[in-house]
Design a protein around this ligand. Structure first.
Ligand SMILES: [Zn+2]
Length: 237
């Protein structure tokens, strides 16, 4: 139980009394010392979390571990979870389930593919309702791939709800502009999404969902090129 792990568990509300004791013992073994740390290490793991937290906060102020008390931003949390996976402290499955919980606020909720992965992993029978199951067979690779897509997504101006888009299997067109504003006004967004079945560029009915990593990779590549071109254009004027 290293410091970063305990920090993540506390922020997502999964820290159990035994985690505090384990952490305190490891700190003492590593030569760290303070009066409250000694008490924490000696507490019965059956003590309730509230009492653990009291001694934990005292320990932090004695040791000046401000990082452990501050509220972390979701991105800092996400990065810590990734680091924990990289160092072998968390499995891909554990890291995915923690990211799914951490990234539910603000702009991140639109990018939270980890939540779809987590939902698919929780299904007894994986039928691809949440996430393409064939990618989950090698979970470490899938997680690494999703992490790089997540980092790329941070840098892009993505339309809200882009995860509901499709890419045409025949011509590669993305359906980002398929629904006319006037039609949405008239019929409502849900209805428009429900009736749309064909590629507006070529008429093909074979469409791939944005939740497929390969489709998002292609979409992000397209947006990255457009964004770069816009930036260059802005610099030239
Ligand atoms: Zn098409």
């Amino acid at each position: 139980m290293d410091t970063e792990q305990l920090w993540i568990l506390r922020v997502i509300g999964e820290a159990e009394p035994k985690h505090y004791v384990e952490w305190a013992c490891e700190q003492l073994c590593a030569g760290v010392d303070s009066p409250s740390l000694r008490i924490l290490a000696g507490l019965n793991p059956k003590t309730d979390t509230k009492e653990m937290e009291t001694f934990f906060l005292r320990t932090c102020s004695e040791l000046k571990l401000d990082q452990l008390i501050e509220e972390a931003s979701p991105m800092v949390m996400a990065q810590s979870i990734w680091n924990a996976f990289e160092s072998g402290a968390l499995t891909a499955k554990e890291a995915i389930s923690r990211l799914a919980k951490v990234l539910i606020v603000g702009d991140f909720s639109e990018l939270n593919v980890f939540s779809s992965m987590h939902d698919e992993l929780s299904e007894a029978e994986r039928n691809g309702y949440y996430y393409p199951p064939e990618y989950l067979e090698d979970l470490d690779s899938a997680f690494r791939l999703e992490w790089t897509l997540f980092l790329r997504a941070q840098k892009l101006k993505l339309p809200t709800d882009f995860l509901g888009f499709h890419q045409c299997a025949s011509c590669g067109h993305f359906d980002e502009a398929l629904i006319l504003d006037s039609a949405i006004e008239l019929l409502g967004m849900e209805f428009c999404r429900g009736v749309y079945k064909y590629c507006m560029a070529c008429g093909s009915g074979v469409l791939n969902k944005m939740i497929i990593p390969k489709v998002r990779d292609a979409y992000f590549t397209k947006l990255e090129k457009e964004q770069l071109r816009d930036e260059q254009f802005a610099r030239d004027i």
